[in-house]
Write a protein that binds this ligand. Structure first.
Ligand SMILES: NC(=O)c1ccc[n+]([C@@H]2O[C@H](COP(=O)([O-])OP(=O)(O)OC[C@H]3O[C@@H](n4cnc5c(N)ncnc54)[C@H](O)[C@@H]3O)[C@@H](O)[C@H]2O)c1
Length: 370
């Protein structure tokens, strides 16, 4: 499978790393996949990527990349506002697509893309990479086995400190005109996805946005009015009746990649922290009272076959590992002709939730049905 990456910033490189390292992490790969080429906003950057990383081709435009008959998969790693047009063009050309989150910038667009991909018979995968970290996979297993019982309550949180310094210039993720939203799109999409995957479908949301620093310097060095949420807080009711909160932000001093969840059920509870990614914390309420307490379940590198051999079962995992897992899962589904999971349907569901949260915030926190 030949992959063409559009946008070669942080995530373009991350995806290339994932593809190029699959063979180390998974023995006996049933398919071959490689990055054929890349396209960037500026052709010189694509040429530089080819020189540095040894890809075959620098494309002058995304049209050239998408129309290349050798390209089987289009991998979209551009700022959010560009995803929709690229998705449409790639679907029209019959290419499979691996797209960074959020899929689009509106629920209408996301639903349209999910439907178009389906009717064109192309595989569409969204990058919710945290799903592929072992503690998250183990939490999903425990939930599916009924070890948590009925979910009653949860808290999802994703905190960064990248906007905590008021003197730091705004990037495109702080600009609603390029990001399409604010931190809710950027970090909230991941948090919502995990709660939805582990606890169930959303019934209603209430949202509250926060801009702590209303002015900062823009990328051009001129004073810029912050137009995108720097933090976002949601209260959520799920269809199963569980209630909880999701809080995301980039103004939290002392945080790094602090992505956490806590899920409380009638039989047990789980806790996860991306900064402590080798462990899942599980409280088994079925244990005799004197033996109860959170157990730190070791997850480390114990991925199921055909993985787990490299870099070893004991080896601590890192964030990049989730991307390797995500890429493998996507390619393996494409190879089998199966719908990738998470899919564009998952992406569209998350997009709708975010849109309702924003609408709720605009309407003074009014609780809205999904
Ligand atoms: N899943 C994750 O862990 C994760 C983490 C960060 C970002 N993201 C998502 O990845 C996407 C990219 O984010 P990033 O952090 O890599 O951004 P980035 O700014 O590092 O890179 C974006 C790249 O896109 C290029 N670009 C911009 N417009 C383009 C165009 N019209 N055609 C081709 N290339 C273009 C830029 O030159 C740049 O190389 C976003 O959708 C973001 O939400 C996902």
């Amino acid at each position: 499978m030949n992959i063409g990456i559009i946008g070669f910033g942080g995530m373009g490189k991350t995806h290339a790393y994932a593809v190029e390292n699959l063979k180390y992490f998974y023995s006996e790969l049933p398919f071959e996949a490689r990055i054929k080429g890349v396209c960037c906003a500026h052709f010189e950057n694509a040429q530089e990527a080819v020189r540095r990383f040894g890809f075959e081709k620098a494309y002058e435009s995304e049209e050239e990349l998408i129309s290349d008959p050798d390209i089987d998969i289009v991998d979209i790693c551009t700022p959010n506002i560009y995803h929709y047009d690229t998705l449409k063009a790639a679907i029209k050309a019959g290419k499979h697509i691996y797209c960074e989150k959020p899929l689009c910038t509106s629920a209408r667009q996301a639903a349209e893309i999910a439907a178009l991909a389906k009717s064109a018979g192309v595989s569409g995968g969204i990058v919710f990479n945290t799903r592929f970290l072992l503690p998250v996979m183990r939490a999903a297993e425990l939930a599916a086995e009924g070890r948590l019982g009925d979910i009653l309550s949860f808290a999802g949180r994703f905190y960064h400190s990248s906007a905590a310094d008021p003197n730091r210039r705004a990037g495109w993720k702080q600009d609603r005109n390029v990001c399409g939203g604010g931190v809710l799109f950027d970090l909230g999409s991941h948090s919502i996805d995990l709660i939805r995957m582990l606890c169930g479908e959303f019934k209603s949301v209430s949202g509250l946005s926060q801009i702590a620093y209303s002015k900062r310097l823009g990328t051009d060095g001129k004073m810029w009015n912050t137009n995108a949420d720097e933090a976002f807080y949601m209260t959520v009711r799920l269809k199963c009746g569980a209630c909880g909160t999701i809080a995301v932000g980039k103004i939290m001093q002392g945080t790094n990649d602090d992505h956490t969840f806590e899920i409380y059920g009638t039989r047990g509870s789980v806790k996860f922290d991306l900064m402590d990614p080798n462990f899942l914390y599980f409280y088994d309420g079925d244990k005799p009272e004197k033996e109860r307490g959170f157990t730190r379940i070791e997850c480390c590198g114990r991925y199921p076959a055909p993985s787990g051999v490299f870099p070893g079962q004991k080896a601590p995992v890192g964030w990049l590992r989730g991307h390797v897992g995500s890429m493998y899962s996507f390619l393996e589904h494409v190879y089998r002709g199966a719908t990738p999971s998470p899919s564009f349907d998952d992406a569209a569901a998350v997009q709708l939730i975010m849109e309702k949260a924003y609408e709720s915030d605009r309407r003074g926190g009014l609780r809205l049905e999904i």
